[in-house]
Design a protein around this ligand. Structure first.
Ligand SMILES: [Zn+2]
Length: 92
């Protein structure tokens, strides 16, 4: 009887292993695809804000944006030699 129980246990573990492995593969693929899409889009659509007189770019809620707030892409801000604000620490 003991041998039968051991064989059943081995079969059960084998099925579980294969089943879990298949599930893991599926769940691994989706985040990878989503992450890939996000990484491709993010640098293009990252938005920062500059001021008329300042030489720094800021996040939307930064205190330095009270006087003027001009929406630009991060790429554009870098091209125009704006630097990241030290207070709100926007994307570099
Ligand atoms: Zn700032």
């Amino acid at each position: 009887m003991k041998k039968v129980i051991v064989v059943i246990l081995i079969l059960a573990l084998g099925v579980c292993f294969v089943g879990c492995g298949a599930q893991n593969n599926k769940s691994d693929r989706h985040p990878a695809q989503l992450g890939g899409e996000v990484r491709e889009v993010e640098p293009v659509e990252t938005t920062v804000y500059i001021t008329r007189a300042g030489e720094k770019y800021h996040l939307s809620d930064c205190k330095h944006l009270r006087r003027s707030k001009i929406k630009v892409s991060l790429k554009e801000a870098k091209i125009k030699d704006y630097e990241a604000c030290k207070d709100c620490k926007p994307y570099k």
